[in-house]
Ligand binder design. Structure first.
Ligand SMILES: [Zn+2]
Length: 142
């Protein structure tokens, strides 16, 4: 846990948040043990902005990864870290790739102060296709 949180803290240093000042870092661990990081990236037009959690997922998926076990998230204004929960959009992206009952979301204020929760607790009854369609897509995805 500490290593994953440490990497999220490092990723946060690259946050581009000139509009909100709210800097977030995320570190996503695959089932194979690789870690992909992300930071929030804001935009003057606001809509193109992207959360650190999604950047880490898109970073990993763009490298061919599809199986994940945990994500650590740190964030807050300037030098303060509040242990933020992911937004609804990021929760839905997690639901696309992660088992809701085992994927761990680590919301950290520091390496020692964090809360771990599984996706099902953050996104109960999230949108999904019928399970037979989901299995077919996962089997055929490239
Ligand atoms: Zn988000």
């Amino acid at each position: 846990m500490k290593d994953l949180i440490r990497q999220a803290i490092t990723a946060r240093e690259n946050a581009y948040a000139p509009y909100s000042g709210y800097r977030v870092g995320a570190a996503l661990r695959t089932k194979g043990g690789r870690i992909y990081t992300g930071c929030n990236i804001e935009n003057a037009a606001f809509s193109p902005s992207c959360c650190a959690e999604r950047v880490s997922f898109y970073n990993a998926v763009s490298c061919g990864e599809h199986d994940f076990e945990a994500i650590a998230i740190v964030g807050g204004p300037k030098n303060h870290m509040s242990g933020p929960a992911p937004c609804g959009v990021c929760r839905q992206v997690m639901a696309e790739f992660c088992d809701p009952y085992s994927f761990q979301i680590i919301m950290a204020k520091s390496e020692e102060d964090y809360e771990t929760i599984v996706l099902e607790e953050l996104l109960p009854r999230g949108f999904s296709l019928p399970s037979d369609k989901t299995e077919s897509i996962k089997k055929n995805r490239t």
